[in-house]
Structures are given as structure tokens and as C-alpha cells.
Design a protein around this ligand. Sequence first.
Ligand code: 2GW
Ligand code: MN
Length: 297
Amino acid sequence: MGVCPEATISLLKDNFTGTLRHWARPEVLACTSWGAPIIWDGIFDPHVARQEARRRNTTIGLTVFAVGRYLEKYLKRFLESAEQHFMVGQNVVYYVFTDLPEAVPHMVLGQGRLLRVETVQRESRWQDVSMARMRTLYEALGGQLGRETDYVFCLDVDQHFTGNFGPEVLSDLVAQLHAWHYHWPRWLLPYERNQRSAAALSLREGDFYYHAAVFGGNVKALRKLTSHCVRGQQLDRERGIEALWHDESHLNKFFWLNKPTKLLSPEFCWDQHIGWRAEIHHPRLLWEPKEYELVRN
Ligand code: 2GW
Ligand code: MN
């Protein structure tokens, strides 16, 4: 891990949280080499972030896809937990993309929050269900979603909130450190290595391995991100290849070329199966157990 490089410490002021107390967590890396903060529990003041978001009358979008069996399996718990923990007290618009609009659970939402249901086609391969999200998001960001929000977070549905997930996560371009890979050496990270793929990174490339289950940013930055991934996926398809981790591989390529302005610690998307880790103080979003046999057939 390590401390912040001297050169970047002066930059560790965040629009939403003010000065970050990176010295409060000396055992973790609290900033990147390009000066972006890495948000760990204890280095930000959630109260300052909340006030700043209210002052700006910020509206935050939360997009989630629930196609096929993932709807009945995960969506209700995801949304109910979001009502408890996601951007409480802010303006929030949920966008649920599904092939089963009539099966979306009826939710009583807090003040200033609304839920939109958008119908999408069901892809026959699960890899395509996951990758098709990038095109759908690109189009939505160019339409009503983009017009009615300032920042958007795009999440997997197979997880639930367990703690405060507030405006401290907001920034122009936000990436999530992958819970399984945040302390791995770079050459071992599961980037796409086939140089024919648009998602390829060489052994000398890559900063961190980011998890596609959580990414966010402002509307303009996310338009750029999603269009990059759509194009990369299309190029690969034309060559008859598919990146190792599908949309996640293209997302990692994008973040290598376009550095995120904020990183979230693994506390913001944690897998309990990893077990206890000294640096994980307060998990805020937990993966649901994987039951591939059940849902992937
Ligand atoms: C996906 C895989 C196998 C069977 C079904 C599905 C599936 C996914 C589905 O039937 N319906 C559905 O709505 N999805 C959506 O795609 C849902 O939002 C889900 O959270 C998302 C990604 O699929 P998931 O969560 O099963 O994949 P993970 O947790 O292994 O995801 C990581 O890798 C993926 C690419 O392989 C994505 O990049 C994902 O963002 C990563 O977290
Ligand atoms: Mn997932």
C-alpha cells in the first residue's frame, strides 16, 4: 500500500468532500499517481459531501439491469437497500432496464426519488446481456436519463447496500477497485491480453483492475465511456473474438486511456467470501452469492 506521493497531496481536495483526511488511513493507498483520491472509510466527511450535494441541488441517476431471472432473484433487495443507503436525502432517479416491466416490484420511494422502468430485449447469450448494457446506457445517457441527472452510477443488480453510499462517491469519472484484485501485482491482473482485441493491455500497461459492477460519473464522461466500450465490443465481434471479462475488459481499457478522477475502495463493492481484511472497515455494498448453476442456464 503506501502513502500519497508528495506531489499529489495538494490535489487531494475533492469537490464534494473538501480536504480529504488521507493521513487518517496511513495503511492504505489514498491517492493515485495522477492525483485522484481513493475513497476509504475515514478519509472523507459524509456530512460535508451531503451538504455540498444539497447546495448544488444535484440529481443522481442509478441504473440497473434486471433481465430474465435476475429480476425476481435480485431486484427487490437491491432497490429496498438502495432506499435505505443510496444518496439518502438527495434527488435520485432509478432506471431499471428489464425485459419484464410488469414484474418490477412496486416500491414506495422516499421524497425526491423516482423510478423509471425501461424495456430492453433479452439477449440469448448471458455475455451479450452483460455487454448490451453499454449500448443501452449510451442511448439512455443521450436521452431523458442524461437530461434529468447530473451524475449517474451504473451498477450490477446482484448486490445489495449495507451502509451509507452517499455524495462522497461523486466525481467526473468514478471507478471501483475490484475486491478480489486490489492488492495483486499488475502483471497478474485479469486484463484482456490478446493484442487483437480492442480491450488489450500489455504487461506494462494498466493501473488498477476495476470492477464493472460499479462505475459512475457525470453524463458527458459516461457518454464517452459507454461509446468507447460499445465500439470496442463491436470491433471484437467483427473479428470473431470476445474479451476475457466482456464489458469489464473494455471498461478497464477505457480507464487506462482516460484516468478516473476518483476511485472507490473495495468497501464500496465488497465480497464477503474474501473473509476478514484489516483495511475493510465499513462495507457499503455486498455481492450476492453467485449461483451460476441456477441462473446461467
Ligand atoms: C449474467 C450471467 C449469467 C446469467 C445471467 C446473467 C444476467 C445478467 C441475467 O440473466 N440478467 C441480467 O440482468 N444480468 C445483468 O448483467 C445484471 O444486471 C447483472 O448484475 C449484470 C452482470 O452479470 P453478473 O452480475 O451475473 O456478472 P458478474 O457479477 O460475474 O459480473 C462481472 O463481469 C461481468 C462481465 O462478465 C460484468 O462486467 C459485470 O459488470 C461484472 O460485475
Ligand atoms: Mn454481478
